[in-house]
Write a protein that binds this ligand. Structure first.
Ligand SMILES: Nc1ncnc2c1ncn2[C@@H]1O[C@H](COP(=O)(O)OP(=O)(O)OP(=O)(O)O)[C@@H](O)[C@H]1O
Ligand SMILES: [Mg+2]
Length: 663
């Protein structure tokens, strides 16, 4: 706006172009004569080459070239090219007046007369240093990114073309999948899928989903080059050009097998915990029922035994009686198994040599297995003894072998084996760390499907015909091993046979010959003479029964229905030789009663009658015990052991009461 319109209009075309060129500051626009001498210079040229017009007009344009380019004859060649081809175009370093370099984009056009004679050159130069630097920076960051992706080893990161063929491959991909770049680039990515997934079109689905939804994400099995599988977390993103056309896919895969395994382990542990809680709950219920039944059966069996002695010798009556006794005994055997399951059984803990125990059972096993089933034993030469109850362990082995026999209706072979194993924390069995003997009973029978296997240990679970099985066999074995601090594990598959394993803790002490204390008593009753026995039980039925048994044996039975009543009788000064007390009673337990007795009458023996887990594990009991229901013979044996030693038949000891009165 500095000049008036009249002035502008008066300019010639030539003058107008000059003005235009003079105004341009982003381009150096100047002319050379045919020899390359600068003949004009605009402000753009001045701005980025640094020369004022009078400093440069009349100089040769090679001044702008670097020393090397000049030596290489580049300026002359540029003019030559422009002259020959009508245009020279080039990017390269040029020198400013102050000696610094800039990256120039150069175009040289020849200027010709109508007769084609070259009268000079028009030269346009642009300073592209910034753009070049930006480009370089971009290229560098791209290179860094490429190196980064290449170097990542925890993730397989690679590209697929639009058809799903691998186009590049990083170190992570190589590490996770096992292929070297040249082995896989160009191949289709469905190669990483399992056969099943390929058949159902999973690879195509994955790309289609990525294309449709902009992303595909999934966890599933993939296959390595060596054929092994890994659990993969896969993400596929589509890559599109500016128009939205799919150019290919970016694929990121992680090997999360370990995480999955950890998760599975956690789930298994939870399942095991749930199972054990369920078993505990059933155990409590079963234990409660069995406890009540036990008391009833004790009364029934006791009364039947006494009836046998008093009934007239009529064979018909005796047959009926035998029937009743057998029925009650079967019931008692059942409740014993239930108590065993509920871990409410009175157990002896003694070191047991398994091979000896099994040898002792040979005849029993042969008889119960029949001729179509063979049995082999595989025991190592040296095997540490385990802590268990010999009778109960025999029962457990019998249960397992009978199960094995039942699973092989057409006959077969049972293998009984044992090995020592050191169990570390986190063992599959969930056992506490320590030394165990793993005693297995393996059959080649029908096996169990998963549902049966998961329920086999539950009480009353049976797949056998009604009347054929109680479903308490494995329950008993399970409860028993748990009570010993061990475990029962089952391994089976349908049609694959079964292995039942008893894990039993190794005994620390040296084994002693299984002691016969309880079995030796026999018919010692005859030498015992008459005792005054104070029987304590809060169950009237049981109490009456015990008193009846004592009376029948020729002893004098005194009845007390609580600990307090028993103490009253003793304090009254009645002469008593021995006390038999129930453990679980309201107000005062049998053990508490025994403690008071020990304080006040240190020489008075007490027998604890227990049928059910009244005694907390770990409690030390120094009293002789009778397990309920007990038979008359068992009562006799226990009385013989517990009665004051050295006493002669007929002599009744008197006990001094706290009040000092004596009878
Ligand atoms: N060795 C085995 N092979 C196949 N199935 C078995 C085996 N042991 C146990 N089972 C399955 O587990 C169930 C429960 O076994 P368990 O010993 O507790 O009871 P049972 O044998 O049915 O009855 P019981 O032991 O009272 O005679 C069986 O009914 C059977 O289905
Ligand atoms: Mg069984």
């Amino acid at each position: 706006m500095e000049r008036s319109d009249g002035f502008v209009k008066s300019l010639t075309d030539d003058g107008r172009y000059r003005l235009l060129i003079e105004a341009v500051t982003d381009y150096a626009i100047y002319m050379l004569d045919p020899a390359g001498i600068v003949t004009s210079w605009n402000p753009g040229a001045q701005r980025f080459k640094g020369y004022a017009p009078d400093e440069i007009i009349g100089q040769h344009f090679s001044k702008f070239y670097s020393e090397e380019d000049r030596k290489a004859g580049l300026p002359a060649r540029a003019l030559e090219t422009a002259r020959r081809e009508g245009k020279f175009e080039n990017e390269g370093w040029r020198i400013r007046k102050d000696g610094t370099r800039f990256w120039a984009y150069v175009v040289i056009d020849p200027i010709r007369t109508p007769s084609s004679e070259v009268i000079g050159f028009a030269k346009i130069t642009r300073d592209l240093t910034e753009r070049r630097e930006a480009e370089l920076a971009l290229r560098q960051s791209e290179e860094q990114f490429r190196l980064l992706v290449q170097g990542v080893t925890d993730y397989a990161i690679y590209l697929l073309d639009a058809n799903g063929n691998v186009t590049n491959w990083n170190l992570g991909a190589q590490r996770i999948k096992g292929y070297l770049p040249h082995e896989i680039i160009g191949r289709h990515f469905s190669q990483f899928y399992t056969e099943e997934d390929r058949k159902t079109g999973q690879p195509q689905n994955a790309l289609a989903t990525a294309a449709r939804e902009g992303r595909f994400e999934k966890e599933s099995w993939r296959v390595r080059k060596d054929g092994t599988r890994f659990w993969a977390h896969v993400v596929i993103d589509p890559i599109r050009d500016g128009n939205g056309t799919i150019l290919g896919y970016a694929k990121i895969t992680r090997d999360i097998t370990e995480r999955k395994e950890a998760q599975q382990k956690l789930e298994k542990t939870r399942e095991a915990l749930f199972q054990s809680q369920k078993m505990d709950a059933i155990g409590q219920l079963t234990g409660g029922i069995a406890h009540d039944f036990n008391n009833l059966l004790m009364a029934v069996l006791g009364s039947l035994e006494l009836m046998r002695k008093r009934l007239p010798d009529d064979p018909k009556l005796m047959a009926l009686l035998d029937n009743a006794v057998q029925g009650a005994q079967r019931g008692s055997a059942l409740t014993k198994r239930m108590l065993a399951f509920a871990r409410h059984q009175e157990l002896k803990q003694e070191p047991i040599e398994i091979p000896d125990l099994v040898r002792g059972m040979t005849e029993l096993l042969q008889r119960s297995l029949g001729s179509s089933v063979g049995i082999e034993t595989h025991f190592p030469l040296v095997l540490k003894p385990v802590n268990a109850d010999a009778n109960q362990l025999e029962m457990a082995l019998l249960n397992l072998t009978v199960n094995a026999r039942d699973a092989m209706p057409d006959g077969g072979q049972i293998v009984m084996a044992a090995r020592e194993e050191l169990v570390a924390a986190g063992h599959v069995t969930g056992l506490a760390p320590g030394a165990y003997v793993c005693l297995t009973v393996t059959d080649t029978g029908v096996g169990m499907d998963e549902a049966t296997l998961s329920r086999a240990r539950e009480p009353f679970f049976t797949t056998k015909e009604p009347g054929k099985g109680t479903g308490l066999g494995l329950s008993m074995v399970h409860g028993l091993t748990e009570q010993f601090g061990g475990r029962l594990t089952l391994q089976s598959g349908q049609g694959e046979g079964t292995t039942a394993a008893l894990w039993l803790p190794v005994a620390n002490a040296r084994p002693q010959a299984i002691d016969q204390i309880q079995r030796s008593a026999g018919d010692a009753a005859k030498d015992q003479g008459s005792l005054v026995v104070l029987a304590v039980d809060d169950d009237g039925l049981v109490l009456t029964n015990t008193i009846a048994m004592l009376d029948d044996l020729g002893h004098t039975g005194l009845a007390a229905s609580s600990g307090r009543e028993a103490l009253d009788i003793l304090r009254r000064g009645d002469s008593v030789d021995l006390v038999i007390t129930d453990q679980i009673m309201a107000q005062m337990t049998g053990l508490q009663l025994a403690e008071v007795i020990k304080r006040e009458w240190p020489d008075l023996p007490v027998i604890l009658a227990t049928g059910y887990a009244e005694i907390a594990p770990g409690t030390e009991v120094n009293l002789p015990k009778l397990s309920k229901p007990f038979t008359q013979a068992e009562l006799v044996a226990e009385l013989a052991r517990a009665a004051p030693s050295g006493r002669k038949a007929g002599r009744v000891l008197k006990f001094r009461t706290g009040a000092g009165s004596t009878t």
